[in-house]
Design a protein around this ligand. Sequence first.
Ligand code: SF4
Length: 244
Amino acid sequence: MCAGAFFMGQVFFGEKPGFAPNFSPKLAFPPRVCYNGGMERVNFHAQMLETLKTVPQGEKLLLHSCCGPCSSRCLEALKDAFAVTVFYYNPNITDAAEYAHRKSEQLRFLQETGWADFLDCDYAPQEFFSAAAGLEGEPEGGARCYECYRLRLERTARTAAERGFGWFCSTLSVSPHKNAAWLNEIGAALGQKYGVRWLYNDFKKQNGYLRSVRLAEEYGLYRQNYCGCLYSDWTKRPSDGKTK
Ligand code: SF4
């Protein structure tokens, strides 16, 4: 269990990661069929801004977050429109110490800002290895990442439905390394499946990524220079300190 459990008004623990019994993630979405399926030119950020104008006060949103730095900009954008709970489900971070470090930084950021509640999961890297099976050699940004997005968003959508959230979303699009079209495609499909509204987004727009860097500096947050999994392409990237 997380050592950061003590501070927030609402902190929840102990959900067992896993899919619904009869659901196969690799069959539910045909692999590679819908990649970039016509959504590339959609301005998801503008769409989100329009939605935020119309959301009634107090609506609950479950925000999947990969790390503190990425959550910073997203929470800044969402906190006045929604009652946000950060959902930390990242079995893709295959190194346990790295996982613990990122989570502790996420918790510290929430403690210092009070911008959201926090909902934790048990650490279960085997969930990621199952989703990535057969795709280990894929380049970063390829089919393995698509499955990785889907794994994390699926769990978020299902949890949102189980816990009475009206909306769900993810911080992943704030990174220039993540594919917003895929994320929105997957999120929208899962929203339909679970009956929870997906908040279309592309948080990197309007200098969103830069803003996340600035906020991370302001709060002294640890910023990793690789994405998370064992297969992340961190060895080939310049050590520019960019959060993935
Ligand atoms: S590189 Fe990142 S997004 Fe892709 S599979 Fe690994 S952890 Fe997931």
